[in-house]
Ligand binder design. Structure first.
Ligand code: FAD
Length: 351
């Protein structure tokens, strides 16, 4: 029988960041994963940026989460002698005067100025569709999520800290069977199943609100690769003239099948942004583990006292996972209270 402090179910970004934090505190951790090629973390573009939405609002907890995430991924990259996170400015393409005024007003507000870059934008003349300005935003970048996951998958498999299983664990019976089959015991089990969590007997009462997303990989010879261009969709430079471009949102059906409709929607937006030729190299779809109130799910199961959840990272897993994984680690080990906004006890009336 192998005894662990924590059994983590799911090796997406949530399970990976949480395992790293627990291991760093000296805990014995086993990760169990039912690999899915199209899980959200495998599809994600990993884009992190400080300001979101048409209303030009600062991302929730931006001042805390942004520096934490970039330093966390930077350190992991150093330890692995590679880089997982690519810090770069993003350029917001502005096409209307009203939009420009809104952005300029925001940039003058306290708490926002630090996110705006001064450096002149060059190299985009004649490449983009008519626009008024490109606004430079600092503190953004992108995480190569599959590279990060693969790195730890290989490492943990070699050290017998990761077990790939061939069926999902959705209820007490399948959980107990798996524990018995592999001879595992653990003091606590933490479910990091992404959008699959909505099918779990333990967590299906939580208000998941998953959103399907589709994303393209384009080849765009000639487009600068220094910054991330943003015009309602992002153009993330991968190197060698390749860009991740996305993404769409849809709610029915919630599957991982790429559709012609979403491709057409993205192509239309691409034509509203660049006026140079491009080719589509890849098209993928996945489901984001989003929640009704757009806040993560952290905490203890109301009846199973040694079952916990880390889920609900929505469309911002790359930004949220590192800090909230540490937040949950502190809760598990030294019993610090969880932020009310993320503690699943906020839904205790549903169970
Ligand atoms: C098209 C698209 C674009 C996106 N772009 C971005 C972006 O630019 N920036 C950003 O920050 N986020 C982005 N996201 C969101 C991001 O992918 C998620 O927030 C994050 O990856 C979720 O990670 P997770 O670990 O919670 O879930 P997942 O990635 O779904 O990982 C869960 C893991 O657990 C396994 N699993 C599930 N159930 C079980 C079970 N019962 N037993 C065993 N194993 C199980 C799964 O197979 C998987 O390996 C995007 C998502 C999509 C779909």
């Amino acid at each position: 029988m192998q005894q662990f402090d924590y059994l983590i179910i799911g090796q997406g970004l949530a399970g990976t960041c949480l395992s790293l934090h627990l291991q760093a505190k000296g805990k014995r951790v086993l990760v169990v994963d039912f690999f899915r090629r199209t899980s959200s973390s495998r599809i994600a573009a990993g884009f992190i940026h400080p300001i979101t939405g048409r209303r030009i609002n600062k991302t929730w907890m931006a001042e805390t989460l942004l520096p934490y995430a970039s330093s966390f991924y930077y350190t992991l990259g150093q330890q692995a002698k590679t880089s997982f996170f690519h810090e770069s400015d993003s350029l917001e393409m502005i096409s209307e005067i009203r939009q420009l005024n809104d952005w300029q007003n925001r940039s003058a507000e306290p708490g926002y100025a630090a996110f705006f870059g001064e450096q002149e934008v060059t190299g985009y003349d004649k490449l983009l569709v008519d626009h008024i300005k490109l606004i430079r935003l600092r503190n953004s970048g992108w995480l190569n999520v599959p590279k990060l996951l693969d790195h730890y998958k290989q490492k943990w498999k070699a050290s017998e800290q990761l077990l790939e299983i061939d069926s999902v664990i959705n209820d007490e019976l399948s959980l107990q069977q798996m524990l018995q089959q592999y001879g595992i015991t653990a003091t606590a089990i933490i479910f990091c199943e992404g959008e699959q969590g909505r099918f779990s007997e333990f967590w299906n009462w939580l208000p998941f609100n998953p959103a399907k997303g589709e994303i393209l990989t384009l080849e765009i010879p000639g487009l600068p690769e220094k910054e991330i261009l943003f015009n309602g969709i992002f153009f993330i430079p991968l190197g060698n003239h390749k860009f991740r471009v996305g993404s769409t949102y849809s709610w029915n059906p919630l599957d991982d099948v790429p559709t012609e409709a979403a491709k057409a929607e993205l192509v239309e937006k691409i034509h509203k942004t660049i006026q140079i030729p491009f080719t589509i190299a890849d098209h993928l779809a996945g489901v984001r583990p989003a929640t009704d109130d757009r806040r993560p799910f952290l905490g203890r199961h109301p009846h199973h006292k040694n079952y916990f959840i880390f889920n609900g990272l929505g469309s911002k897993g790359s930004l949220l996972a590192p800090w909230f994984a540490e937040h949950l680690t502190d809760h598990l080990i030294i019993n610090t209270p969880l932020l009310k906004e993320v503690d699943i006890s906020r839904f205790s009336n549903r169970k």
